[in-house]
Ligand binder design. Sequence first.
Ligand code: GLA
Length: 378
Amino acid sequence: MNLQETITKRFKEVFGTDGTLYASAGRINLIGEHTDYNGGFVFPGAIDKVIMAEIKPNGTDKCHVVSIDQNQEVEFGLNEADAPKEMWARYIFGVCRETIKRGGKVEGFDAVFAGNVPLGAGLSSSAALESCFAFALNDLFNDNSIDKFELARIGQSTEHNYCGVNCGIMDQFASVFGKKDHLMRLDCRSMEYEYFPFDPKGYKLVLVDSVVKHELVDSPYNKRRESCERVAKRLGMETLRDATMEDLNAIKGDITAEDYLRAKFVIGEKDRVLAVCDALEKGDYETVGKKMYETHEGLSKDYEVSCEELDFLNDLARREGVTGSRIMGGGFGGCTINLVADDRYDHFIKTAVKEFNDRYGHEPRIYDVVISDGARRV
Ligand code: GLA
């Protein structure tokens, strides 16, 4: 049974009727990491891995939601005091509350959902879940009157207010706006965006998932963001968007060595996104790949969000002559994204699986990237 059949079958069993199906996607990001909350550029695309939900208004003020993957059922009301304790349910509750806070209408509903976005791999399964429900509530209760950026912000605010992650807008933007065969360059300050057809002839994009997720004590993601904000403030700027290396070097003595390194990465990364866009337009994949390696180096040494397993996969990619490779997403585990020439692909995958397994005792998971549509009614 595929995802859709599993969900509709379960919905019928639990609720004895049929609802409407919605889906939203996980995402990859070609380049532009930790730039979104710094007012910089990102370059993501939605992928063919989704969270799918069947939903039906139930005429009450309660929501009854079944998670097939967690094998749990939760019921919650729509008032602030009704927040469920299960993390997966908090995402859905948060989306309801954030919709209501923006003046949107939400009434009780029954829902069953499941997904095939790998969890903890840095592919934004949580943004897919948020975007799926934000899109659905807009369609079911609000005549689609809430615009797409607002849907993305509903998901982002859910992370901030109900999940403790002070994230940027990239993941929810990609999940909502994703378009088949296109990457999107988003300017996270002006929120202007452009679709770029993505068809890397002669190359493949492939994810190598380390299947490790390091314990995130002290929310290191939020700490990275705080470092950037401190440096921007010291520079008298709203974000690091306009900062240059000269600006940063001029205040080097006034900030901590750690904050200096964080800002150095962000400043470099902004330029790399633009360089990659130019290179893509010329079909110059060698430059795209070179920039990806530079990003990895910065994320590992300066931003310090990599880990041993991901550095191992990155070194291995270099040795195997992979065109570009880097850690993807927030970091601290998850996967690398690799741009590989067709004729090197088989050898690279075989070697990565074997050597990673020899070293860490489990195989990495391999996902070929298929750029697909974002939030939708199925
Ligand atoms: C996570 C966040 C995003 C972004 C990336 C890093 O995925 O949710 O907003 O900051 O990390 O680029």
